[in-house]
Design a protein around this ligand. Structure first.
Ligand code: F6R
Length: 269
């Protein structure tokens, strides 16, 4: 895993946007895997800005979202479809028909997973997957003890996740306890992974993910198996890392290597 540590969430968002932008500029028909939640908002705002100010185009881009709640319609303000439309898709030039979010209102939610896997495969797989991480180490909604080989399916959310996300629901409002999520294997199939985290609240999960044992108890630790994962964290999220200074040193050495020998190893296809 490559770990990049930034002084704050703004510089982290800018760097992650640089990486997504170079991917799209090189492959305008890039297939992106996207996340919801507060973590990628800075990235999305930066991409929207670049679309308006610099003409960054998403006209050929296709997207697959990680997850969706079961039991709330796509036009519900808390659905992940609404989140994506509001915070990204409606504000760039992407074709809405090229954006996919699992269907949380399917008559049989158990059938959604295999279809979603097929759709991803039909597009040639995900080139670049954007991830956040839960305080319990989940990625997508793969909660602790999810199979490291799992594919898209229905998952029961933990009390911790329900509590973390309760801030988005009105008191007394129905809050889903189930979600459809890409599996850990689905995520590992992506050619490139970009995991973002900021804030002290994420520091324990980041430590377990980067330095902990590979364990289904911390689903994000499965990324240790992925050969091209970049973790972008701010100082607060990096604060529990044992080898924080080493990752900074690696960053400096890599910059030097890239300067000397190859312009960029970032682009993926
Ligand atoms: C969202 C998702 C989740 C979030 C995680 C962190 O699509 O899959 O894994 O990335 O729960 O959420 P935030 O960013 O709100 O802290």
């Amino acid at each position: 895993m490559q770990v990049l540590i930034f002084p704050n969430a703004t510089s982290l968002a800018q760097k992650s946007a640089d990486l997504v932008e170079s991917q799209i500029m090189t492959f305008p028909d890039t297939v992106l895997g996207l996340a919801t939640g507060s973590t990628p908002l800075g990235l999305y705002q930066e991409l929207i800005k670049r679309h308006h100010q610099e003409g960054l185009s998403f006209a050929g881009v296709k997207t697959f979202n990680l997850d969706e709640y079961v039991g709330i319609p796509s036009n519900h303000p808390q659905s992940y479809r609404s989140f994506m439309d509001e915070n990204l898709f409606d504000r760039i030039d992407i074709e809405k028909s090229n954006t996919q979010v699992p269907d949380g209102m399917a008559e049989n939610p158990l059938e959604v997973g295999p279809d979603y896997e097929q759709s991803i495969e039909a597009e040639g797989g995900i080139d670049l997957q954007v991830l956040g991480v839960g305080t319990d180490g989940h990625i997508g909604f793969n909660e602790p003890t999810s199979s490291l080989k799992s594919i898209t399916r229905v998952k029961t959310l933990t009390k911790q996740t329900i509590e973390d996300n309760s801030r988005f629901f009105e008191p007394g409002e129905f809050q889903p306890k189930l979600a459809i999520t890409m599996g850990i294997q689905t995520i590992l199939n992506a050619r490139r992974i970009l995991l973002l985290a900021h804030g002290e609240k994420k520091s324990q999960a980041i430590r377990a993910m980067v330095e902990g044992p590979l364990s289904a108890f911390c689903p994000a630790s499965a990324l240790q198996f992925h050969p091209r994962t970049t973790v972008l964290v701010d100082e607060a999220a990096a604060s529990k890392l044992t080898l924080g200074n080493y990752y900074k040193f690696v960053g400096e050495m890599q910059d030097e290597l890239v300067r000397k020998h190859r312009p960029s190893d970032w682009i993926s296809r």
